[in-house]
Design a protein around this ligand. Sequence first.
Ligand code: TYD
Length: 211
Amino acid sequence: MTSKGHFITFEGIDGSGKSTQARLLADHLRCLGYDVVLTREPGGSPGAEEIRALVLQGDPDRWSAETELLLFTAARRDHMERLIQPAVDAGQIVICDRFADSTRMYQGLSRGDLRAKVDTLHELMIGQEPDLTILIDMDPGQGLARAKGRQGTEERFEDFGTELQEKMRAGFLALAKEFASRFRTIDGGQDVDAVARDVQSATASYLSSPS
Ligand code: TYD
């Protein structure tokens, strides 16, 4: 992304602790004096939050895999236009909990192989990658236990079970190799403070010499 600010994303399987880490990084960077916008996908803008409710609540078979892909991409386009791009253009640091790599994994892998369609649509409608992507890597058994511990109506993808989460984990690690210049992989099995320190140092080294 060629811009004045920075666009940082967090990725990982359900329950990996990435949302907590995204928040901790936002707090840390604000303490250092940076102007930070913390956001999430699906959602992050009013229109995209409406689409979030459509894809994450209700009958899991409500949408075909392809329709779901279109909805996630529509939400992302709105989020990009209304929030991410203006903030980055204004020189802010945008930290986003999940982005297109989640679509590459969840829609690209979970219900057949749609990865080529995901990439084509991304190229056509989004056309941007983050400057830095922090992958919180974690054992799916541990992640699932955490995800299931949370109550809520958005169970759609957390109901996948350990086998599919294993596939997602391997998929995220493969993505980290595919996009090695922007990915940093962090061991999410450590305690929260140790993970936060690793996230801070990965971010500091990116900010000192953005590629
Ligand atoms: P999220 O609220 O980040 O859940 P969690 O905190 O458990 O990570 O995301 C909700 C779900 O949406 C999550 O299971 C992953 C899924 N998802 C997709 O399937 N495709 C996407 O493009 C995105 C952004 C999320």
